[in-house]
Ligand binder design. Sequence first.
Ligand code: 13P
Ligand code: SF4
Length: 400
Amino acid sequence: MSPTELGTDAAPPTGWVEPSPSPLLLLLGSKDDLTSERGVDCPGDLPAPSDPDLVRRATAAKEALGDRAFVLGHHYQRDEVVAFADVTGDSFKLAREAAARPNAEFVVFCGVHFMAESADILTADNQAVVLPDLAAGCSMADMAGKNQVDDAWQTLNDLGIAGNTIPVTYMNSSAAIKSFTGQHGGTICTSSNAKRSLEWAFSQGERVLFLPDQHLGRNTAVRDMGLGLDDCVVFDPRKPSGGLSADQLRNAKVILWRGHCSVHGRFTTQCVDEVRERIPGVNVLVHPECAYEVVSKADVVGSTEGIIRVLDEAEPGSSWAIGTELNLVKRLAQAHPDKTVTFLDRTVCYCSTMNRIDLPHFTWAMESLAAGRVVNQISVDAETAQWARVALDRMLALPA
Ligand code: 13P
Ligand code: SF4
């Protein structure tokens, strides 16, 4: 079945009357192809982000679906989408939550594509994972293509060092790369368990191939594991042998893939200096996808879940400049009126792909499910899923 196919085998609707005609069709497709937004004229009167009519419709669809649908929301999602989430979390927590819901017929993933793929891998075959907008990808995950990673592994093989190199792959990667990882004895990690994953990997082999975020890899290896910066090399997939000599690859403890997050790449050391000047006594709190130099200048580093915890535990009256996605920072500022919470960069910076999941798409997905049509289903093929699951299970089995 094509993942975008309409009308797949959801149970027939009970007591659900689909609004008709649906104004969402104007936003989401033409009569010829209801799943496509491409080439559709803007009708000129887009609803407001929290349009009360859409809120009412999404609420009605969610009520009609009841326990059949479980809605997961990543911390970077828009407020109006988070309002509908049954649970919010970082990518690690959401993977666990998806795996822990065997009775939900539909898992509606308000996050990005790689997260929905992981949910599909961790859920049963009779459960459908739905991503309300298929364009919600991740530029970092796209930086490691399967062929590129296979070629890199071949390079290590030719040097005779693949056998004692363990792949550690960040959750922000395609199912194909997770599958590669499982097949080659490696594990997945997230920003909240990268240290434990590297410790495990070094108990299995001599060297780590860290994919695809060089910053998380370097920050974890150097700051958390005590390795030197010169124990790490950066493998550039666009260059022969990654742009590295045989000796550089042989001597490296950590081979970092040349990938990064475009959102966290915006935070610079100048941002840190500037905010310290502007707000005396400010605490700088950043996500480990920020560059090593930025993380080194920060006071605290944490995954999205970790950042939330730090703010919850912070002293009233304290000041925080936060280097992560803006939807989360805005919500933290609202949740902590007794603290000063500011964005680390002066420029507004959302994750544009996370923001693709908006209320119109969410409403459309929920109404479609309520009407018996499974739309935007994310399905990972069985062979890819089998090995990706091996890698994900290794991560889930790591001690907490
Ligand atoms: P978390 O693992 O902290 O949820 O981060 C995911 C992500 O995409 C950060 O950019
Ligand atoms: Fe990907 Fe960066 Fe967006 Fe996270 S914030 S989903 S890593 S592009």
